[in-house]
Design a protein around this ligand. Sequence first.
Ligand code: NIG
Ligand code: FE
Length: 423
Amino acid sequence: MADSLLITGASQLLTLRGRGPRRGDSLSNLDLVKDGALLVHDGLIAAAGTRAEVEALAQARAAEKLDLGGRVVLPGFVDSHTHLIHAASRAEEYELKIVGASYEEIARKGGGILNSVKRLRVATSEALKKRAHAALKQFAAYGTTTLEAKSGYGLDVASELKILRLHKELAAEQPLEIVSTFLGAHVVPAEYRVKTRAAERYIQLIEQGLLPEIGESRLAEFCDVFCDRGAFSVVQSKRILQAGRQWGLAPRLHAEQLSRTGAARLAILLRAASCDHLEQVNKSDIQALGKSETVATLLPGCDFQLGLRHYAPARALIAAGAIVALATDYNPGTSPTLSMPMILSLACTQLRMTPAEAITAATINAAYALRREKSIGSLEVGKQADMGVFEVADYREIPYYFGVNHCWMTVKRGRVIHAAEQV
Ligand code: NIG
Ligand code: FE
């Protein structure tokens, strides 16, 4: 049968199999199989183990064969936090930051997120889609097979819906899985800031003008809020996330990035899928995250790009038992990278996570953050055959060669979606 595929020649097969999200010591458990193989049927994993085991099972089927020539195989990366749709880079702000302006100063002068909003509102759907398609090809080229995508550069009804509809169209037009999040509460848009009770009025627009349409047309699965100084307060965030939940959107939060607001506590209280950033968490937040089911998603690309040297306390979070995940936060302001291998490098050298912990955080724990742990994040029987194949001798070389892309092949649901050029 042509829809079976026998994959052999994995010098190291990292299956990440096991129960539950990984906490503490279990973050280091990759379930590494030497000389590993996989049998794929109808896009799903039918067997994963040593070559001998899998070949024995494959005998009964007429499977197509793919030999990886001794390369390293792991589950496709799950990038659980991106701002996929935006109109342009903010390279001019990058330069301003290098010569001394802070992210928040630039935002107060109408730059930052509002700069991207201005550009997105005048961009056509076609132009945005073209840019996103190019980015998605790049994500695949770095070994990502699923990504979350947030709205949040529209901030009016037409533009937010434009972004969310694009998520749907893009998901149908190309192989990467896209998980859609509504981030209408990114900041209060400029046209509201000249009014009295600006935030209150904008929140009413979210509740009455946006959420009903998003909920009814199923344009998003999650609702996110940027809960921080200069954006939304804890009280406002709670109200928005509760309204989102009424329309079937599960909560997640941008939390404790620029200042400590109590957003992580709110995420735990609301049983949010994740709270992301966490640079400013305090000791008691760390303990609380250690006991909660809310995933602590760390985004070291932001601190690297902003040159802040204030990375999230990954070691303390892991020691406390938190479910730690990693993501790119691909966005034009604070983290314009779509490379999960680069995020692994930053996690290792800056967050002091080991390569094994970083890979777990970027695969199975990230799948939990998207509530997709039953279908992706590990190479186990019954899950999707989503994998990254790397041209390295040892998985630790993936973060070790920072800034270098060693992804040789990417497979989504059993189909090759990226293959490196042969030299
Ligand atoms: O995740 N913190 C808020 N949102 C983005 C930045 C967005 C921007 O600057 O355009 C983030 O870092
Ligand atoms: Fe973000």
